[in-house]
Ligand binder design. Structure first.
Ligand SMILES: Nc1nc2c(ncn2[C@@H]2O[C@H](COP(=O)(O)OP(=O)(O)OP(=O)(O)O)[C@@H](O)[C@H]2O)c(=O)[nH]1
Length: 268
């Protein structure tokens, strides 16, 4: 069954619609999935909240939370944990929700957070995000609280860098990539803050918020970034090695379990 190999199940509820039927489906889906895989993270997106007032948003979330958990308690399944997010496509809440969902699936998250904490505290940086450039999901950030506006500014910066690079950075025949090892950008805001973007890997970028006075020590920031980048590469190299050795082991096990004509000796 599909849920056996699933890390997270995202259930979307339309908050502008009557959600009673959706809640019944949520209960059915969650209980069935939990039967085959107790390790799934259940994530509920209360979607299209842009149409609701602030009070209505909170009330809707409270009501859905209460009803969904009551249904689970009635079925004796109170140990199932549901996480709720208010989302909309008209702001960055949908990206933030996906970021949080993805972060739960990253085994190296504590290491990444630790590296970001060390990096910002030694460089006088206010806030740093490690972004997946294509999806604009942040896969890790330091342990200071995330402010939605800060996150939106980082997303906008990535858009600007990639758009400018696509328009003016590629060769005339379209050769080259809009994002590579050389990708870097500095944007000075009118509130004495500097946004600084740097390439970390083929897929990841570091975007940080630095006060103007701290940015005067750019050499220090760049040196610390160099160490940070190296550490991130090491983290993912270890992961690649583990994945490769697991594949080799699986292949060997399969070979051992098969007779010369290919029929397994034991039922797998
Ligand atoms: N206001 C608002 N509209 C949204 C949001 N996300 C998607 N939509 C709109 O919702 C519409 C699609 O929604 P639905 O038709 O309800 O999608 P669905 O329920 O998956 O589709 P069906 O099951 O086929 O009805 C599109 O017009 C989208 O633009 C959101 O966050 N806010």
């Amino acid at each position: 069954m599909i849920f056996r190999g699933t890390g997270a199940l995202i259930f979307v509820i339309d908050s502008q619609d009557d959600y009673m039927e959706a809640l019944a489906r949520l209960h059915l889906t969650v209980t069935r999935a939990y039967k085959v895989n107790t390790d799934i993270n259940f994530e509920v997106f209360i979607h299209k909240v842009d149409g609701l007032s602030d009070d209505h948003k909170i009330e809707t979330q409270r009501d859905i939370h209460q009803r969904a958990n009551d249904d689970l308690a009635d079925a004796g399944l109170e140990k199932i944990h549901l996480s709720f997010y208010l989302t909309s496509i008209y702001d960055h809440s949908i990206f933030e929700a996906f970021s949080k969902v993805v972060q739960k699936l990253i085994p190296q998250l504590p290491t990444l957070e630790n590296l970001l904490n060390i990096f910002i505290s030694n460089s006088g940086i206010e806030k740093a995000f490690l972004f997946d450039v294509v999806s604009k999901i942040y896969i890790a950030t330091d342990s200071t609280p995330v402010d939605m506006q800060t996150y939106e500014l980082c997303c906008d910066m990535i858009d600007v860098v990639i758009d400018i690079s696509c328009i003016y950075g590629l060769k005339e025949d379209g050769a080259g990539t809009p994002y590579d090892k050389e990708s870097t950008a500095i944007i000075k805001l009118n509130n004495t803050t500097v946004l600084y973007l740097k390439e970390v890997t083929k897929f990841l970028a570091l975007v940080c918020f630095v006060r103007e006075e701290s940015f005067e020590r750019k050499g220090l920031i760049d040196y610390n970034f160099h160490c940070f980048r190296k550490a991130i590469h090491e983290v993912f190299e270890v992961r690649m090695k583990v994945v490769k050795s697991r594949k080799v082991q699986n292949r060997l096990q399969k070979k051992k379990g098969a007779t010369p004509n290919g029929t397994p000796r034991v039922l797998l």
